[in-house]
Design a protein around this ligand. Sequence first.
Ligand SMILES: Nc1nc2c(c(=O)[nH]1)N[C@H]1C(S)=C(S)[C@@H](COP(=O)(O)O)O[C@H]1N2
Ligand SMILES: [Mo]
Length: 262
Amino acid sequence: MSRIVLNRRKFLTASAGGVAGLALAGCDQFDAVLRPGHPIRDTMAAANELTYTAQRALLGREALAREFAESEIRQGMRPNGSVDPDSPEYLFLARNNFFHYRLRVDGLVETPREYSLAELRNMPARTQITRHDCVEGWSCIAKWTGVPLASVLDEVRPHSNARYCVFHCFDYYGGSATGAPYYESIDMIDARHPQTILAYGMNDATLPIANGAPLRVRVERQLGYKMAKYIRRIELVESFAQIHRGKGGYWEDRGYDWYAGI
Ligand SMILES: Nc1nc2c(c(=O)[nH]1)N[C@H]1C(S)=C(S)[C@@H](COP(=O)(O)O)O[C@H]1N2
Ligand SMILES: [Mo]
């Protein structure tokens, strides 16, 4: 750092510390305040520590989840929650091998659009072997292939006030007769995280119905319930207060934390 910048920084620090009446004739006067134990220096150190903590929290969320080797896939992916959606719309799509499926992406975006599965498969793909941790206390390592959600967002161009991606699903948890629609939401940090993918493949095969066919999201830094299966629509919103019971997800509406970081 240049001496000028350093001096300017010392000056700003002194000002911020509320030091009045210090002579500004030279810089030497300021050197004393940089000695350990001096209140201004300690304030500055504390401020740095605060910035570091905040930054580490952010960096922590951007860090990659651990990825595993093929040899570490020791089991199949245990299906959980809804495993066989029963709505007429979903059954129709499944019967036709999801040929008529369209993912709708809309809400606070410049260009709302729909994607067929073929279109999603033609976009640059990412494959990752990760561990899925369910809040119920079990884990599975599986291999996921899909299109980064960031690529889709780049195409639809979210407005600057878009803060969350809401995933609307085909299934009603507990069945379409008495259940409620499953849905989830993540913020833009997770949405643009490089490992956040819209997965259509699992363990080198087409994603099975039990695990969310035709499309489910992987949010590798969070618990399993955030990873919506059977996605039919992604809605970009500024707030999810008006959606279902307003807590941002099916399980959140029933008391789970909205942020389920691991
Ligand atoms: N649409 C939908 N997504 C869902 C669920 C669900 O019931 N419906 N269950 C969640 C939970 S609690 C877990 S642990 C995972 C299970 O994914 P899997 O079936 O591939 O193991 O999906 C999550 N996503
Ligand atoms: Mo779960």
